[in-house]
Write a protein that binds this ligand. Structure first.
Ligand code: GLC
Length: 801
């Protein structure tokens, strides 16, 4: 047992006893004898903010992570005290603050369960090296507690027993234990006694989290500067914790255009124009759906952002228009490093206006990236972000590029040991001047934010699409992301699976990996299995370094091409399902992918599962992650599930072998689900959708499904021009009832639904639609029961013998 005295000897300092208390509406202040102040804000009944200072004064309260749209307000707030504690009570939580040492313990107010308790609680070390405090927090680990979240860590989904660092880092060919990598999302969820809570440590300095690695019963987090400033978010359902965290740090500001959910093809690099065209026309020739084609750095003139290599791309506007005519949206890369070149207008403008980052002792921060020596805009300054947004006019409005890919924005600097800026580089930090120690983790986020605003403005009235590599909490408001420079190995297929799930449970759902692997060359089997996983990731893009051969769907053999086509087609069929899930993310912060623990936290079997996940809320998938497999064992969560391929119904709550030859993968649909599908298209908007298919999976009991729709681009949906349909299914032994409820003013072009009924346990004797009997003929198609109904039906009854 380490005592406080021993820790003090190691340089740790602790708050002493509370001598004063004050309250300002929803914010409470606890003052200690040694000038420590705890500021406790009740944001919601289930969300508390804890902020500590050791000097009696707080810094200016500024955060890039927290959105101004975050919900606030509580139903109940009551403060009392007894001999030992101050007690803060809301309708969800009871928080005790120890008068003796400021330690916190938090209970569920309904049943009194202890949810989270300080071990040493807040403490700090005065660091002469940094000239300030290292702020620290430690908490007791509960019995059988598990931990999740933390962004893109390529480790086991359950973080227990491990230590992590948050410092965004360019990590070419990272591995399973590489830490840190590209993202810094200092948010985790804990789960014990069936109850889940979250902690968001909103501190952008280099930070650390230890989940019982150093001491088995202690979780701690600390940062090399700034304040101890964290949010405690209570569920008790993990999904609610993630939704609340997403509410706090922001949902995506708008839906993506539907095409962005299609398939994307990328390589470093497709050039010249003839090669780009060759790729796009092969997609169309082979009838493999694809919506986006990418231009990596070689489209530029000497890697100067916002320029074109006119030898490779003599007339970008014409090319982009020709690609658009074939249904391809062009996405171009833009990096932060601006080439030092007096003849280059972007460089000159930034220099003239003093927009570049400077070293502490005066000169500009100079570093090497693709273009050679560069300066770097200070994206933490509002004026610089405005200027940067404005630079997109030509690319987006004039040339017609539809999406921008922000890379190297950690920021990555080559040929230096720390791969980034030195610590002393100065940043504006929106009027809170600081060094790179504080701004590093948010630099890429602010670049992506400025890019987003440029796209939003110049692509108006269409929706913007941005991708970023680096991210801090809150970046999900502006952009999608990918997991960086992975490798074409089976292990990386598994890492991609974990990372996408982990990002989704860290509030950032719009994520995908470089399908097939960026570095090295996948075998055809690995590529095929990776496509199968990738079509179930919100962002679905093949990308590779191009050094080791090609990675287009036809680069292997014909069998691969056929399987890849089949899975990309499935993605396009499921677009209305994914789009509906996206709407729930934008509206409510509901993650697009759900790890099994997030889907069913009360089943302890899910706590250490990593491979299986729920796509949206009704489809269970599990990639095959080994060569030569004819199937795999997987855990089927509780409840009944239909095998997507065979329609066999399986009872979950156990592990099961599932066949999956190379042309298949384990996919299950939750019983009772109604899954909307579009016809296969070569790209979004290729066809006018005349009919939407609803795959209805019979269940004895009740289940609700949804279908969201709108114009698939633009902002009309924000003015009520959307349609949100809920389908209530009720199954009995000889009857199936589907009730529909519709909201919103949007009229989709299709008039009918085609219902495909799976697993009906009775043969139909009578059909009633909105109280009218319907003819029973034409019910069968290839052995399944199929019927066409008006899309605005209210109630369907299928009655058996
Ligand atoms: C970085 C990116 C990669 C890109 C390359 C060239 O390595 O992560 O996706 O292709 O730079 O721009």
């Amino acid at each position: 047992m380490i005592t406080n005295t021993e820790l003090e000897q190691k340089g740790n300092l602790f708050p002493s006893k509370i001598i004063n208390f004050s309250k300002d509406v929803d914010t409470l202040y606890f003052y200690t004898e040694n000038d420590v102040v705890l500021q406790l804000t009740v944001l919601r009944d289930s969300v508390l903010r804890f902020r500590y200072t050791t000097t009696g004064n707080f810094e200016n309260d500024f955060s890039y992570a927290i959105t101004k749209y975050a919900s606030t307000g509580y139903n109940h707030l009551e403060i009392s005290e007894n001999e030992k504690f101050y007690i803060v009570r809301t309708s969800k939580l009871i928080c005790n603050i120890s008068k003796e040492n400021l330690k916190i313990s938090i209970y569920d107010s309904l049943d009194g369960t202890l949810i989270n308790e300080d071990e040493l609680g807040f403490h700090w070390e005065e660091s002469y090296h940094y000239g300030g405090n290292i702020v620290k927090m430690s908490k007791t680990i509960n019995d059988k507690e598990s931990y999740y979240g933390l962004g893109d860590k390529p480790e086991h989904l359950n973080l227990k027993g491990k230590r992590f660092e948050n410092w965004v880092t360019d990590s070419y060919a990272f591995g399973k234990h590489t830490d840190p990598i590209y993202k810094a999302i200092p948010f985790y969820t804990g789960l014990h006694h069936n109850k889940s809570y979250g902690i968001f440590f909103d501190n952008s300095f280099r930070s650390y989290f230890d989940f019982g690695q150093e001491r088995r019963h202690v979780t701690s987090f600390w940062a090399q500067g700034g304040e101890m400033n964290y949010y405690f978010i209570y569920g008790p359902k993990m999904n609610d914790v993630i939704e609340s965290y997403t509410d706090l740090t922001g949902k995506p500001h708008q839906l993506p255009p539907l095409w962005a959910l299609g398939f994307h093809q990328c390589k470093w690099s497709y050039y010249p124009e003839s090669e780009v065209k060759e790729i796009t026309s092969t997609f169309r020739k082979l009838q493999i759906p694809c919506d986006a084609i990418y231009l990596d750095i070689d489209y530029m003139d000497g890697f100067r952002c916002f320029t074109w290599n006119k030898e490779y791309f003599p007339d970008p506007k014409r090319m982009v228009a020709e690609l658009a005519a074939e249904g391809f949206k062009t996405v171009a890369i833009i990096d932060p490093g601006i080439k030092i070149d007096k003849e280059y207008s972007v460089f000159k403008e930034a220099l003239d206006n003093d927009y570049f980052c400077k070293r502490a002792d005066g000169p500009y921060m100079k570093g090497k990236v693709w273009p050679g020596e560069c300066y770097f805009p200070d994206f933490t300054k509002p004026e610089v972000r405005d200027w940067w947004s404005g630079l997109f006019k030509e690319l987006i409005e004039d040339i017609g590029v539809k999406g921008v890919w922000n890379d190297m924005n950690e920021p990555a600097v080559m040929e230096v040991p720390n791969k980034t800026f030195p610590d002393d580089v100065r940043h504006d930090y929106d009027g809170n001047p600081c060094s790179h120690r504080k701004a590093h983790n948010i630099y890429g986020m602010q670049m992506a934010r400025a890019t987003y605003h440029g796209l939003k403005k110049f692509n108006y009235p269409k929706r913007p699409f941005v991708i970023t590599r680096s991210a801090y909490s809150g970046t999900q408001r502006y952009t999608s992301t990918w997991t960086g420079d992975n490798v074409a190995t089976w292990e990386h297929l598994n890492i991609a699976n974990i990372q996408a799930q982990r990002m989704a449970m860290s509030g950032f759902s719009f994520v995908g990996s470089d399908i097939g692997g960026f570095a090295e060359q996948p075998q055809s089997e690995l590529f095929t299995r990776w496509i199968q996983l990738g079509v179930f990731h919100p962002f679905c893009r093949v990308h590779s370094s191009g050094d080791h051969g090609n990675q287009e769907p036809w680069a292997f053999d014909e069998d691969v091409t056929n399987i890849v086509r089949k899975f990309i087609e499935l993605r396009y069929q499921l677009l209305p399902y994914l789009y509906t899930a996206f709407w729930k993310l934008v509206e409510q912060g509901t993650p697009l992918l759900k790890s099994l623990v997030l889907f069913d936290q009360e089943d302890p079997q899910t706590h250490y599962r990593t491979d299986e996940f729920i796509y949206g809320n009704k489809i269970l998938v599990c990639p095959v992650q080994e060569p030569n497999a004819k199937g795999r064992r997987m855990y089927i969560p509780r409840g009944k599930w239909y095998n997507f391929w065979t329609e066999e119904v399986v009872e979950g709550g156990k592990e099961k072998w599932v066949d999956a030859e190379i042309d298949s993968m384990p996919i299950f649909v939750k019983e009772g689900a109604i899954i909307p599908k579009y016809p296969i298209q070569q790209h979004v908007k290729e066809k006018q959708i005349d009919q939407v298919t609803l795959d209805v999976y019979y269940k004895e009991g009740k289940e609700q499904s949804e279908l969201y729709d709108d114009a698939h681009d633009g902002y009309d949906y924000t003015k009520g021009r959307y349609s949100y349909r809920t389908f209530k299914l009720t199954g009995k032994s000889n009857e199936l009832i589907i009730q529909q409820h519709k909201e919103g003013k949007y009229e989709a072009p299709y008039k009918t639904f085609k219902l495909i009924l799976h697993g009906l346990p009775f043969s139909i004797n009578e059909i009633q639609i909105d109280n009218e009997k319907i003819e029973l003929s034409h019910l069968k198609e290839n052995g399944t029961t199929v019927m066409t109904v008006d899309k605005n039906f209210s109630e369907i009854h299928l009655i058996g013998h």
